[in-house]
Design a protein around this ligand. Structure first.
Ligand SMILES: [Fe+2]
Length: 145
């Protein structure tokens, strides 16, 4: 696997992370219901982590000699489908379970691509990202049982 494939998959991870960041921050603002405080705070922890991850991923792309997508239109083109506006707290958690599962799948592929390009540093960073998404998935799925 080439370094260009590795850069492309890191760029894809960046775009999907950006889309999930926007979705999660929007839910932080708009969540309602008896679980308000708990979910408002959970979504805040998540969007802060995602925001910090964007910087780390983009700067890794720069370390590899490529440019990171620097416009909203470029990022949103990579972000995937715009999720429907969730109407309830439960629908928000379900939508975030779906979106985090999607990005976890992208990360699993990106880890393999980075390893095949001999880029252990990116593979390690992406593995840390996958660990975070899997933990959030566990917590959100547990809250829906
Ligand atoms: Fe806030």
């Amino acid at each position: 696997m080439s370094q260009q494939s590795n850069i492309d998959s890191l760029t894809q991870v960046l775009g999907e992370t950006f889309g999930l960041y926007v979705q999660t921050h929007g839910y932080h603002w708009n969540v309602e219901g008896p679980q308000f405080r708990q979910l408002h705070m959970l979504f805040e922890e998540q969007y802060q982590n995602l925001w910090a991850a964007l910087d780390e991923i983009a700067e890794r792309i720069r370390c590899l000699g490529a440019y990171a997508p620097g416009s909203l239109s470029e990022l949103m083109a990579l972000a995937g489908d715009t999720p429907a506006v969730a109407q309830s707290a439960e629908a928000m958690v379900d939508a975030l379970i779906k979106a985090n599962s999607t990005i976890a799948d992208t990360l699993r592929e990106a880890i393999t691509t980075a390893q095949e390009a001999g880029d252990e540093v990116s593979a390690g960073m992406l593995t840390d990202r996958l660990e975070w998404h899997e933990k959030e998935l566990w917590m959100m799925k547990s809250s829906r049982k």
